[in-house]
Design a protein around this ligand. Structure first.
Ligand code: GDD
Ligand code: MG
Length: 357
């Protein structure tokens, strides 16, 4: 069976991390976000995936190649201008091998989901719907596509990012399309599947089914969610065949150097070649490859970019530190602060700031 993975977004909510790598390629629990869902797709019997790329397209093929090392056949289609989610799906149509009635699974590339992919496809073929949407419940649906369904599970509306959601059931970012429906998406211009294709199918009376599901689900599009997703993979709350180590309290990748009395826990990840000094504490944080945390520093629930240096005694909680940034000793940053590449915070410059630096 064929699948498409949408990976062309800019990931602006994760800046500065997405300045050097597209969001779906940021390492979460040691491997790119997409590697986790590609492995789950493979285990569900999907053998070919077309990656719909746009922003920083080359990074995907450099990492995944033809897919053989991951047990998949992978192909890449790059949009010269971003075509939107619907435009991206339409743009890969000629690479799909199935016939007009066959199912095609589409994945958003920034999701971790415990979804039973085979069961979703079985629901789709069983009901004969044109499209079947994986749905999940969230506390605050306003940042998502809100999807009310009737008693038979049939979708009655699709309300993308609505301020006044009628239900907390949302589009979980995985769909099954009947192949022939993809061919009806217009070509040559950007199309949003959420704002145009789904509402259009519903207005035309086409059968769109929902598949509500309460397994693990997370969109990794914000720093807080990114850290949470990484912790959940490391601790096994979200199962992934791509996890590069045993489930546990932390994941320390090969080539990392950690002082014997440093405390690493809470589902933290220490990237390859990273260095953690004596008495430092890393709690639930993500250290990208080559990051350095010097003696006595405390890093909680934060993302530390590649080769960034966190000086001795620095305290970080809930922050994002860009690639190569130096935070010298005595600084304290909390609650949503982001430090962009090129910045050096000299000793003691900031205490407890939640502003952008
Ligand atoms: N190829 C390509 N081209 N991919 C794109 C483009 C594009 O122009 N625009 C976005 N994508 C990809 C992104 O890389 C991401 O993997 C996926 O499409 C969804 O884009 P996001 O930017 O993450 O959207 P969102 O999180 O605000 O909303 C979407 O996901 C929610 C669930 O997480 C929508 O589908 C919502 O309806 C849904 O609830
Ligand atoms: Mg998203």
């Amino acid at each position: 069976m064929d699948a498409v993975m949408l990976v062309g977004g800019q990931g602006t909510r994760l800046r500065p991390l997405t300045m050097s790598a597209p969001k779906p390629m940021l390492p979460v629990a040691g491997v790119p976000v997409t590697a986790h869902m590609l492995a789950r797709a493979r285990d569900a019997g999907i053998d070919r995936v077309v990656l719909a790329t746009s922003y920083r397209a080359e990074v995907f093929e450099e990492y995944f190649g033809d897919g053989s090392a991951h047990g998949l056949q992978l192909e890449y289609v790059t949009e010269t201008e971003p075509m939107g989610t619907g435009g991206a799906i339409r743009n890969v149509a000629e690479r799909l091998h199935g016939g007009p009635g066959d199912p095609v699974v589409i994945f958003n590339g920034d999701i971790l989901a415990g979804l039973d992919i085979q069961a979703l496809v079985a629901r789709h073929t069983g009901t004969g719907a044109a499209v079947t949407l994986h749905l999940t419940r969230v506390v605050d649906p306003r940042a998502f596509g809100v999807v009310p369904v009737d008693d038979d599970g049939r979708v009655t509306a699709f309300l993308e990012k609505t301020p006044d959601p009628p239900t907390n059931l949302i589009n979980a970012g995985c769909y099954v399309f009947r192949r022939s429906v993809i061919d009806t998406i217009p070509t040559g211009r950007p199309v949003s599947v959420e704002r145009e294709t789904f509402p259009g199918l519903l207005a035309a009376g086409t059968a769109v089914m929902g598949y509500p599901d309460d397994t693990y689900w997370l969109d990794l599009g914000t720093p807080a969610a990114f850290v949470q997703g990484s912790r959940d993979l490391v601790t096994g709350r979200m199962a992934s065949p791509a996890l590069p180590g045993p489930v546990g309290d932390c994941l320390v990748l090969p080539g990392a150097v950690v002082a014997a009395d440093a405390k690493i826990g809470g589902g933290a990840t220490v990237g390859a070649g990273a260095w953690v000094g004596a008495g430092a504490a890393i709690d639930g944080a993500v250290l990208f490859d080559g990051a350095v945390v010097e003696a006595g520093a405390v890093v909680r629930d934060s993302v530390i970019g590649r080769d960034a240096v966190i000086g001795s005694g620095v305290a970080l909680d809930g922050v994002v530190i860009g690639d190569g940034v130096r935070i010298e000793r005595g600084n304290e940053l909390r609650s949503g602060a982001r430090v962009f590449p090129g910045v050096v915070l000299s000793a003691g410059a900031v205490r407890f700031s939640s502003d952008r630096t």
